[in-house]
Design a protein around this ligand. Structure first.
Ligand code: SAH
Length: 345
């Protein structure tokens, strides 16, 4: 490779930064805006495509900067059109991203790290541990790559792919700004899903963003949560709920609590009562997610009846509940499964 790793990556820079970059090469600032347009609106793969730039400037950019785009390794299309992509990064690591077309919107699920350090007992991504953080440009590239495969414009983004977004905080926040200001996706249509890193939640509350915070709670008490989510359990469920209260008060955004239902582990009516009591009085919504079984981890999805009675208890206690639509089941849409399958044939 002729490229030096220390050169700046174009994808990941804001319009303002690209304008500064253009000026640093003796070009007028508006050239930076043109580059931003090529990157984020026209999804250029190479500097050569940026045909409205002077060719001498294109030569400069090619020598002094890096532009790398993800390569689609595989697509797995489910009968409901949910499509899961395995994408190769420039260092040949892979991440998964999912395109979810609905009648009235198109959502993408993005990864924030290669692998994950959180070691959640039920999760396929946890198996290999953390490899590395993604750069902001690598997070945005997933959306750009999926956009070119999508029948309609991407309207919604969920940070629910591989990795723990709040442990790659700066890159995730930068990617939110890029997707919002450069690509044009509304912040209110973005959701960050996290195991719940309390200091980072409080920091995010002060960021002045309008994104939805979703907490992967999965257990109503510390004892059970510790067995399922060991690394996340350095904060107690109470302090987590407290941090969410602060987030809701500062941002006026309703917080979502994701609750994975795993058979005979966290799906009893007693668990439901405990969960309702934990969340009492908080501006929130509980999203019930029937577990997607992962080979060799041993956890099972509960039957329909116990999912229904869990839900009924919550609703009886006045908790707002939604249930994740069953999408992409046939393509092992649980995060991490595709990458794992490709690495362990
Ligand atoms: N680290 C972040 C975001 C990535 S995981 C987080 O934990 O929120 C996105 C969601 O998928 C989390 O709620 C996670 O607990 C859930 N998940 C992981 N494995 C799953 C599986 N096999 N079936 C269903 N959901 C799963």
């Amino acid at each position: 490779m002729s490229h030096d790793d220390r050169l700046p990556h174009l994808l990941g820079m804001t319009s303002a930064e690209l304008m500064g970059l253009a000026e640093s090469f003796g070009q007028p600032a508006f050239r930076g805006r043109q580059i931003a347009d090529w990157l984020y609106k026209r999804s250029a793969h190479t500097v050569d495509e940026m045909t409205d730039l002077p060719s001498s400037f294109r030569d400069t950019l090619r020598d002094a900067c890096i532009l790398r785009r993800h390569e689609i390794v595989s697509r797995d299309i489910s009968s409901d059109h949910t499509t899961k992509f395995l994408l190769a990064l420039e260092d040949r690591n892979t991440v998964e991203s999912v395109l979810l077309p609905y009648a009235d919107r198109v959502s993408v699920c993005l990864s924030t790290q290669v692998g994950c350090a959180m070691a959640c007992a039920f999760c396929a991504t946890a198996v290999g541990g953390l490899v590395r953080d993604l750069r902001a440009g690598e997070i945005v590239d997933q959306a750009l790559t999926l956009q070119s495969e999508s029948p309609g414009r991407i309207t919604h983004v969920v940070y629910m792919g591989m990795g723990e977004p709040l442990l790659n905080y700066d890159n995730v926040v930068r990617s939110i700004h890029l997707l919002n200001e450069e690509v044009g996706i509304g912040q209110r249509h973005m959701t960050i899903s996290t195991v719940g890193i309390v200091p980072r939640i409080l920091q995010l509350a002060d960021e002045g963003l309008q994104v939805t915070l979703a907490i992967s709670l999965h257990a109503p008490n510390d004892t059970l949560r510790k067995t399922l989510m060991p690394a996340a359990s350095t904060s107690t469920v109470r302090s987590l709920v407290q941090a969410c209260r602060a987030y809701a008060e500062k941002t006026h955004r309703r917080v979502t609590f994701e609750y994975l239902l795993i058979r005979d582990v966290n799906d009893s009516q007693e668990h439901a009562r405990e969960l309702a009591s934990l969340l009492k009085g908080l501006l929130c919504n509980v999203n019930l997610i029937p577990y997607n079984e992962v080979e060799s981890l041993g956890f099972k999805r509960p039957g329909r009846d116990s999912i229904q009675s869990f839900r009924a208890v919550l609703e009886g206690e006045g908790t707002a509940v939604t249930q994740r639509m069953e999408r992409g089941h046939s393509i092992s849409a649980a995060c991490g499964q595709l990458r794992r399958r490709s690495e362990t044939p």
